[in-house]
Ligand binder design. Structure first.
Ligand code: KDO
Length: 334
C-alpha cells in the first residue's frame, strides 16, 4: 500500500481538524438557537397598539430561542409587498391584511367585504372556526406563509378634510377617498359610494394635507396615532369594516422550530393579539372626545343606508363569486 507523503498527511490532519470544528459549530448553532432572528416588516408606527403588543408581549415570549426584530413605518418592505417577501425567503413575519391575501387567494376577499365581521370577538371566532382550515392551508401551500393569529385593527371610519355632511353613500359621490392599494380595498371605497384612490399608508398624511385626496378611512386609534386629525375636519362613524390583520410567519422558519418552540411562539402570538385587542378596543371607546376637542365634527350617518349599499355592491360583484359556498351563512351564524 502506498504510504501518504509528508504533505498529504498534514493536509489530511488539517481536513480532520476543520471537520471537527464545523461539527462543533453546527452543534452550537442548533443548541443556541437564540441566534434565530424573526424580522417583521409593517407599515404601522411603533406606537400603534398592534406594534406595542408585538414588542412588549410577542418579543419577550419568544426571546429564549429567537430575537424578534420588527421594522415599523414600512421601513423594510413597502406596504402590500410583505407576503411576497416572505414567500421569496427575504422576510420572516408580517401583519397581513385579508385584502393583501385576496391578491393571491381570492376567497379572502370575503373578509375584506364591508359589514361582514360584527366585532372583535366575532373576528376571533371566525379565525378559529373549522371552515377557516382549508383557507389557512391554501395560504401555506401557495405562499409558504402560516397565519398564526388574528390581530384586531378596529372599526374603520370615514375621515374627511371636506366639511360637507355625509349622511348616505350618495353624499360621497365624487369624494376622492384614499384606500390602500389593492383591488379589494379599492372596491370597498367604491361600495361606500366614493371615488377610491390608491395610496400607501405612509403617504396619507401628506395626501390629506396637500389635498391630493379628500379623505381616508381607518379606525379611530390609527387616526390619532397618525395625527390625521391635524389635516382633516370630520369623522363619519360608518364602522364599515371591522378590520383585522393576520400575524403571519414564514412556514420555512416555523418548520425549523422544535414542537416546544412552536407551542411557545403560538402562545406568544395569541397573548400579544389578546393584549393588543384589549387596548385597541379601550382606545376606540374613548377617542371620540379627543377628536371633538381637536375641533373635528364626529357623527353617525344613516347606517342602514351605508350597510345596504355596501352589502348589495358586494353581492352584485365578482368578488362574491369567489367566496366558498355557504361561507357567509356560516360566518353570520357564529
Ligand atoms: C391602511 O393602509 O389604511 C391600513 O389601515 C391597512 C391595514 O391593513 C394595515 O396595513 C394598516 O394600514 C397599517 O398597519 C398601518 O396602520
Amino acid at each position: 500500500m502506498k504510504l501518504l507523503s509528508q504533505s498529504s498527511a498534514s493536509w489530511m490532519k488539517n481536513l480532520m481538524k476543520m471537520t471537527a470544528l464545523s461539527v462543533s459549530m453546527f452543534a452550537a448553532t442548533a443548541a443556541g438557537a437564540a441566534d434565530m432572528k424573526l424580522r417583521l416588516s409593517a407599515p404601522s408606527s411603533e406606537s400603534d397598539q398592534r406594534a406595542v403588543a408585538l414588542t412588549t408581549v410577542f418579543g419577550p415570549g419568544v426571546a429564549s430561542f429567537a430575537e424578534f426584530e420588527p421594522h415599523w413605518n414600512a421601513s423594510l418592505f413597502k406596504q402590500g409587498t410583505e407576503l411576497e417577501a416572505i414567500a421569496r425567503g427575504n422576510l420572516d413575519m408580517a401583519m397581513a391584511s385579508a385584502q393583501e391575501l385576496a391578491e393571491f387567494i381570492p376567497e379572502f376577499s370575503i373578509f375584506s367585504a364591508g359589514y361582514m365581521h360584527r366585532d372583535a370577538d366575532h373576528q376571533v371566532a371566525v379565525f378559529n372556526a373549522d371552515f377557516m382550515d382549508p383557507l389557512k392551508e391554501q395560504v401555506e401551500d401557495t405562499l409558504g406563509v402560516k397565519l398564526l393569529t388574528v390581530i384586531y385593527l378596529g372599526r374603520r371610519q370615514l375621515n374627511l378634510r371636506t366639511d360637507q355632511e355625509v349622511k348616505t353613500p350618495a353624499d360621497l359621490a365624487g369624494v376622492k377617498l384614499r384606500m390602500p392599494g389593492s383591488d379589494s380595498w379599492q372596491f370597498l371605497g367604491k361600495a361606500l359610494g366614493a371615488n377610491p384612490t390608491p395610496m400607501a399608508f405612509t403617504e396619507v398624511y401628506t395626501g390629506l394635507q396637500t389635498g391630493a385626496v379628500d379623505g381616508q378611512d381607518n379606525p379611530l386609534p390609527t387616526d390619532k396615532d397618525a395625527k390625521f386629525y391635524e389635516v382633516t375636519k370630520q369623522i363619519v362613524l360608518t364602522s364599515h369594516l371591522v378590520d383585522l390583520n393576520y400575524l403571519a410567519i414564514s412556514k420555512k422558519v416555523w418548520d425549523k422550530l422544535t414542537p416546544e418552540q412552536q407551542a411557545q411562539l403560538q402562545k406568544a402570538a395569541d397573548d400579544a393579539a389578546a393584549f393588543g385587542r384589549k387596548n385597541q378596543l379601550a382606545l376606540e371607546g374613548e377617542l371620540v372626545d379627543f377628536f371633538v376637542e381637536k375641533g373635528l365634527k364626529v357623527y353617525e350617518p344613516d347606517l342602514n343606508a351605508f350597510r345596504t349599499h355596501v352589502q348589495n355592491a358586494y353581492l352584485e360583484s365578482d368578488f362574491s363569486d369567489t367566496w366558498p359556498e355557504g361561507m357567509v351563512e356560516k360566518i353570520n351564524k357564529l
